[in-house]
Design a protein around this ligand. Structure first.
Ligand SMILES: *Cc1c(COP(=O)(O)O)cnc(C)c1O
Length: 358
């Protein structure tokens, strides 16, 4: 019996999956991961812990140990913490619970493409506000848009991927007070930045802060993210998540990682100082750059097409992210901050590429 391929949901149409091309190179600076792994001591503790996990049993469905550890770390109540497989699953749960057909979210492009993507997967309409030339959100324009669209979720990404800046505290305060629904602030790079939505100092019953272990905690291989929010939001997310979605190994890995927060903070300090060093060098090169509060820098080659520069870097075994076809960051590339020696390789490769005859 052949009836041909079964058509997918009509509203998904030609939707493509998330795609970040990988190329086999020496220096991978394209996905904003940490250039170094978590501490050896963490791995030793996790290995020991594995021996204590009853693998024939389902994991703790409430992830109590992990959520309590996160609550203690942030000084909040366990009822304000929801954990999932990466912040992407956190975002998916939020959109399953609050989005869906007939509902809208607002975001400000250029921003993290997964916000739009996951919204579409859940049948939620997406309205995109614009940013200024300097990638800032205009407060008046943003408020008018919220007024007009009445979104159930307003997304901020702070620091914003791929442009780099944390949203100003004042703007976050205004948006959390005026958003008609939830204000979801994706702080995947929060610890690299000088301030967090957690310090905005206003009633926060509509504020949702999303964080991940993928970047600052050096644990992208583990898939762990969480949100801090009002207990009602936490319950709604728990209600739409699959039962036992968060496995026992991931729960233990995250709980034990928090014991090594000092090592995390030292890694973050090194990356921030390397970021400033690279920004200083780029300032003297034939590229336009923007200040960053994250672990990456966006830059636009001024004398050569971005695609040619990307290829020149790959031919020198350095991989950066080609954003040149993303809306709003045309002709730009994004480089993740690596170890000092990786960064030297990048800077040398970029210098050679820019000086090379076309
Ligand atoms: C990298 C990144 C994430 C991480 O997603 P995980 O699913 O936690 O790995 C989330 N948000 C933004 C803006 C990112 O850049």
């Amino acid at each position: 019996m052949t009836g041909g391929p079964v058509p997918v949901r009509r509203d998904l149409g030609a939707l493509e999956g998330y795609h970040s091309p990988q190329v086999d190179v020496d220096v991978r600076l394209n996905t904003n991961e940490s250039p170094v792994g978590p501490p050896a001591q963490w791995l030793a503790e996790l290995t020991q812990e594995l021996g204590r996990i009853p693998f024939n049993r389902y994991p703790d469905r409430q992830a109590t140990g992990l959520r309590q550890a996160l609550a203690d770390w942030h000084g909040v109540d366990i009822g304000q913490v929801f954990c999932a497989n990466g912040s992407n699953e956190v975002l998916q749960c939020l959109l399953m619970a609050y989005g869906g057909p007939g509902r809208r979210v607002v975001l400000f492009e250029p921003t993290y493409s997964l916000h739009r993507h996951i919204a579409r997967l859940t049948g939620t309409a997406v309205v995109a506000g614009r940013r200024t030339e300097a990638f800032a959100i205009d407060e008046g324009e943003a408020l008018a848009l919220l007024d007009q669209e009445q979104p159930v979720i307003t997304f901020l990404c702070s620091p914003n991927n791929p442009t780099g800046r944390a949203e100003p505290v004042g703007l976050q305060q205004v948006l959390v007070q005026h958003a008609p629904g939830l204000l979801v602030v994706d702080e995947a790079y929060g610890q690299f930045a000088p301030h967090s939505a957690l310090d905005v100092g206003v009633p926060v019953d509509r504020l949702v802060v999303v964080r991940t272990f993928s970047k600052t905690w050096s644990m992208a291989g583990c898939r762990l993210g969480y949100l801090l929010a009002d207990p009602a939001v936490v319950s709604s997310c728990a209600a739409v998540a699959l039962p036992y979605h968060l496995d026992a190994v991931t729960q233990a890995a995250g709980r034990l990682a928090l014991r090594h927060a000092d090592a995390m903070e030292r890694r973050v300090e090194l990356i921030v100082s390397e970021r400033e060093r690279i920004a200083g060098v780029l300032a003297a090169m034939a590229v336009q750059t923007w200040p960053s509060d994250a672990n990456f820098l966006l830059f636009r080659p001024t004398g050569k097409p971005a695609g040619a520069v990307w290829e020149g870097l790959v031919s020198r075994s350095v991989l950066v992210r080609d954003c040149s076809r993303w809306t709003g960051v045309e002709a730009c590339l994004r480089v993740t901050i690596g170890t000092p020696s990786e960064n030297d390789r990048f800077l040398a490769a970029l210098t050679e590429t820019l000086e090379e005859a076309p």
